[in-house]
Write a protein that binds this ligand. Structure first.
Ligand code: GS8
Length: 222
């Protein structure tokens, strides 16, 4: 397989794209990343490959599009099942992995957005409380384990860790600290960041913060 076979329509600050890149790194797969200009204009290939949502990431496997990041990571893990499996082998473990991936998809990005888009003090207070509540639920699911699935970095870790490079921005706009609110979850973040697959993919949180500052300006906040 040459790396031309796997083409990722990408966007550097998207935590959803980062998941796919972490999965590729974990699997040791070569691929081509094609950066999209989401703010300037989407490519024809993007619009044609994901006509329903018109979002990245999109994986083109020999030209065949696969969309929705959790679904893409699942696909990569199934297709390259013998290379460092990310999903557990038992049906119950896989069901649990899908459940938490769905929870993260529905809650974390939107919860963070509610923080940086808040314009009033009471709105911000509520958004912060709800976000910390989401993290505490995740911390509960992690329990005393090193990773969500147990001793090894796996599917839920891939899905969740990409979201965390936005936390620095949420902390600054929200006036809270993840390490104070959720110390075990914070220790998990630091553990994951020691992995090459994660460290090589996640951007500098300061750059993400600058991006969020720009987004706020775009939305007329401040
Ligand atoms: C979300 C992808 C997404 O929001 C997934 O793949 O998991 N549920 C999807 N992608 C954003 C970039 S990250 O903020 C995107 O492509 N936005 C373009 C747009 O909304 O027009």
């Amino acid at each position: 397989m040459s790396k031309e076979d796997l083409l990722l329509l990408d966007f550097w600050v998207s935590p959803f794209c980062m998941r796919v890149k972490i999965a590729f790194a974990e699997k040791g797969l070569a691929y081509i990343s094609q950066e999209e200009d989401l703010l300037g204009g989407k490519s024809e290939l993007l619009l044609k490959s994901n006509p329903i949502y018109q979002k990245v990431p999109i994986l083109l496997d020999n030209g065949k599009p696969i969309v929705e990041s959790s679904n893409i990571v699942y696909y990569i893990d199934e297709k390259y099942a013998n290379q460092n499996p990310l999903l557990p082998s038992c049906a119950y473990g896989r069901s649990r992995a899908r459940f938490w991936a769905d929870f993260i998809d529905k809650k974390v990005y939107e919860g963070g957005m509610a923080i940086w888009r808040s314009t009033k003090a009471d709105e911000l207070e509520l958004a912060k409380k709800e976000f910390v509540d989401i993290l505490k639920k995740l911390e509960g699911a992690l329990g005393d384990k090193d990773y969500f699935g147990g001793d090894n970095f796996g599917y839920i870790d891939v899905i969740a860790i990409s979201m965390t490079c936005w936390f620095h921005a949420y902390e600054r706009f929200g006036g809270f600290k993840v390490d104070e609110e959720c110390p075990k979850f914070d220790a998990w973040i630091k553990r994951c960041l020691k992995r090459e697959s994660v460290a090589s993919v996640l951007p500098d949180p300061e750059k993400v913060y600058e991006f969020v500052v720009m987004l706020r300006k775009m939305h007329g906040i401040e």
